[in-house]
Design a binder for this molecule. Structure first.
Ligand SMILES: Nc1ncnc2c1ncn2[C@@H]1O[C@H](COP(=O)(O)OP(=O)(O)OP(=O)(O)O)[C@@H](O)[C@H]1O
Ligand SMILES: Nc1ncnc2c1ncn2[C@@H]1O[C@H](COP(=O)(O)OP(=O)(O)OP(=O)(O)O)[C@@H](O)[C@H]1O
Ligand SMILES: [Mg+2]
Ligand SMILES: [Mg+2]
Lengths: 256, 256
């Protein structure tokens, strides 16, 4: 059914990459054909899946430069149902170049078109700012998934994102939906969690996902070993959290 | 003595802003005349110090647009020895404009020149990417302070930053020093902490600061109340960590 979901929020370090990687792995574990695309020049998705430079035949960088087609940079992963397109930005000059090329807001839409029939889910990880690659991804997605961790800055990031979504809908993607707001690195019983929960209930209740991902060091540990959590520790609370998230989202996408 | 310190690493959410704000507050508590500059369009420093739009007379945005001088956008804070220049980027179009203006790498150097005699420390908070404002800040700083939290991505961020510093030294700022690498949100006894510690000792031993900031929820709580940690909870482990950091740095800057 080719549902394209962008993972985005213009705040750093709230679990965008961890969510993109582990949600993709969870969909794949449920035998949904899944493609993960790293649209963040930082390349953290590659690190999370063990894609060192030697294992990388090319990525989004080459595609945006018309050197390779998208099909040529699709990599198989250790999970049968998960494919991966790296960012493959190997130098600061390449990052500048990719940012400039992504000013063309239809770049990603054009190259994804042919892929959509081949996958049930296409997930796109993005950098912690809205312009360029993130706007590109949002412009061609069916929905956006918004991770956030408890705290004042995260809430401000959610606000900023939602204002940006209004502009995206007006100018590029009228039907862009919100998959939901996902609370990550969740630590119950803290005052900051209580304050954040209250704010989310007040202002974003209808978008708040039932699933929240607990703070769980195994999720960080897995990335040191270049494996998604499900292959590193199948029963950690972090792994189970993302499986739960996949179930919640698939439940809403079920064909009637 | 006007030491300009940029707080930077191209990885999100590792405590750049929390460090900029609370180190600045700690220097001020030690009666060093301190200026904090928010060079991140996100505006998290403003949030951390309680500077709502009504309390903001202008900021870096106006200065880069030649609407105000730096002196006109210096704000007093609740701490006698701490002044503050907000980013004051109020709209996405303003963010694009500020990024374009900051392609001129000497912008910040030019406007800081007159301020240097008036302060002992000038701290600059930056966004989680290297180009634009961060390069501007690094090009005119005496040193860079590099926060990181345990994890594979943070270590990669340190590597990326150090490569960028080489380029900065060659092209814009020959004498740029490394103030040090600061471990933040530190949680002893975790496997990921052990792996990160080992990697830092192996590759960055001479840059690793003695002080590390413990994971401490009061630091996040303080930002909800628009106060630096020292005014919110003077004895929390987070507050004491940043006072300790200020002592360690001042000890090295002591006039012989
Ligand atoms: N549920 C969790 N529990 C514990 N640690 C987590 C959890 N989720 C993510 N982390 C860790 O927090 C750090 C930041 O996460 P991540 O890099 O996924 O955030 P991000 O939003 O993609 O950051 P950036 O904005 O820099 O791209 C990583 O080291 C990651 O391993
Ligand atoms: N020592 C700590 N203990 C607990 N929480 C912390 C600590 N330091 C920072 N935090 C919290 O972690 C979150 C991220 O910190 P912060 O915003 O300072 O990072 P950053 O590097 O400036 O992020 P960005 O890259 O988005 O600018 C904030 O909510 C902050 O309150
Ligand atoms: Mg990321
Ligand atoms: Mg910040």
């Amino acid at each position: 059914m080719g549902r394209i979901i962008t993972i985005a929020i213009p705040k750093g370090g709230v679990g965008k990459t961890t969510t993109a990687v582990n949600l993709a792995a969870s969909f794949a574990a449920f035998e949904r054909r899944t493609l993960l695309i790293d649209a963040d020049p930082f390349g953290a998705c590659s690190m999370s899946l063990g894609f060192t430079p030697e294992k990388t035949k090319g990525g989004l960088y080459e595609v945006f430069n018309f050197v390779y087609s998208m099909t040529q940079v699709i990599h198989r992963t250790e999970l049968a149902f998960l494919d991966f397109v790296p960012a493959n930005v190997k130098a600061p000059q390449h990052e500048d170049r990719l940012q400039r090329l992504s000013e063309n807001r239809t770049m990603l839409r054009n190259v994804l078109r042919q892929l959509v029939p081949h996958y049930d889910y296409i997930l796109i990880d993005t950098p912690p700012f809205l312009r360029g690659l993130t706007t590109n991804a949002l412009s061609c997605s069916d929905s956006v998934l918004v991770p956030m961790k408890s705290g004042h800055f995260s809430l401000e990031g959610v606000d900023k994102l939602f204002r940006h979504l209004e502009w995206i809908r007006e100018t590029a993607n009228r039907t862009l939906q919100v998959e939901g707001i996902l609370q990550t690195m969740y630590e119950p019983h803290l005052k900051v969690t209580e304050i954040s929960d209250r704010e989310l209930q007040l202002r974003y209740r209808k978008h708040l996902l039932r699933t929240s991902i607990p703070k769980n060091t195994h999720l960080t540990e897995a990335s040191f070993y270049g494996k998604p959590a499900i292959l590193f520790n199948a029963t950690s609370r972090g792994t189970l959290g993302y499986m739960e998230l996949a179930r919640e989202l698939m439940g809403r996408h079920a064909v009637p």
